[in-house]
Design a protein around this ligand. Structure first.
Ligand code: PMP
Length: 365
């Protein structure tokens, strides 16, 4: 069966589904890339075939997010977690501020603490039993002499998203966009550094993308910094200081092309709003399901929901799978369910989920 004839629909938080047409293209090109008789899997990363793939991917990403020449775009090994360390090693001189709204921000700040002076702000609060982000005016930040302000625009596990970019630290923002990159237009100048693990809105796991202001790079890094985490060295070597994750890079380029063909990040944003609204509406209209996040900060990418009767959890998941609705189990720290609705999720997937949830409530609620 062709992949465009889903179900099953994959609601995993990551690795997450990729656009069906991208998978088809990768399949077609797998053993014979553009008539070369070779596979991208076995090209030399130094050869012209791969360097053209690599450059093209970078250019398309730059065009999608309007990234100017003032910024490097790096294709790095490892996931986002390795960047928790790398960014602190590269950027933290005097002090960094971490505004944490969930588990990933907390992990990022714990990692940064190993390398310098970090002040953390716990910006999660409760309003009428709903989690939300503490308004910026209440963040206790002492002075503005920090190197950067780190935040996580979308916390994947909690399903909590900033409804606007912080104004404090503008120009000095560092953002973990692992689960929301390419889901909406951004103003790149607000940020000193943006990073994202690939396995949600970009491509296969094993790759992370770092967008960093050129004038933020240092040539006086502490000697303990591994060469592969030295942004300046990576930039000087076009992210090929050693062998890069070539296949992941290639496939990410196909995803960037797909986003461009669909109409760019503005289209991705409209679709994300439509998909998530449909699901939140189903949840809000139901007596069985509940989303624990204040509407202001509800994520458009990751929608957690709790069944009022927890005894129904395993039956819900079992029935969902028999209906082709996969990986809906919530993160172990939260419980309940979570539907991740990244760029590649077609509206048909959300419609199928909503139909199923309504049926399940009628028969079990
Ligand atoms: N940050 C965020 C916001 C994430 O969602 C994730 C992964 N789910 C990570 C960091 C960690 O990514 P990785 O597993 O690629 O290290």
């Amino acid at each position: 069966m062709s992949m465009s004839h889903w179900p099953p629909f994959n609601f995993s938080a990551g690795p997450a589904l990729l656009p069906a047409s991208v998978m088809e293209q990768a399949k077609e090109e797998f053993c014979d890339w553009h008539g070369s008789g070779l596979s991208v899997m076995d090209f030399s990363h130094r050869g012209l075939d791969f360097t053209s793939i690599a450059e093209q991917a970078e250019q398309t990403l730059r065009a999608l997010l309007t990234i100017s020449d003032d910024y490097h775009v790096l294709f790095c090994h490892g996931g986002a977690s390795l960047q928790f360390s790398a960014l602190a090693m590269n950027l933290l001189k005097r002090k960094a501020v971490y505004v944490n709204t969930g588990i990933w921000g907390k992990k990022a700040s714990q990692e940064a603490l190993k390398y310098g002076n970090v002040s953390t702000i716990d910006a999660l609060q409760n309003e009428q039993d709903l989690s939300c982000i503490l308004p910026e005016g209440s963040w206790a930040i002492e002075g503005d002499d920090f190197d950067y302000l780190h935040f996580t625009p979308n916390e994947t596990i909690g399903g909590i998203e900033f409804d606007s970019v912080p104004t404090v630290g503008r120009g000095k923002l560092v953002a973990d966009m692992s689960s929301c990159i390419l889901s909406q237009p951004i103003n790149i100048k607000d940020y000193g550094l943006i990073y994202a693990g690939a396995q949600k809105n970009i491509g296969p796991a094993g790759l992370a993308i770092v967008i960093v202001r050129k004038d933020w790079l240092r040539d006086d890094l502490p000697s303990y910094v591994p060469s592969l985490l030295d942004y300046r060295l990576l930039a000087e070597n076009q992210s090929m200081y050693n062998t890069p994750p070539t296949f992941a890079w290639y496939l990410s380029g196909l995803v960037f092309n797909w986003i461009k063909e669909q109409g760019g990040v503005a289209t991705m944003s409209d679709r994300a709003t439509a998909r998530s609204q449909a699901l939140y509406q189903c949840i809000d209209n139901s007596a069985l399901y509940r989303n624990p996040i204040h509407p202001r900060n509800r994520s458009r990418m990751n929608v957690p929901f709790i069944l009022q009767d927890e005894a129904l959890n395993s039956e819900f998941l079992k029935q969902a799978e028999t209906h082709g609705l996969m990986y809906l189990k919530g993160h172990r720290s939260v419980g309940g369910m979570r539907a991740s609705l990244y760029n590649a999720m077609p509206m048909a997937g959300v419609t199928a989920l909503v139909d199923f949830m309504q049926w399940f409530e009628q028969t079990h609620g």
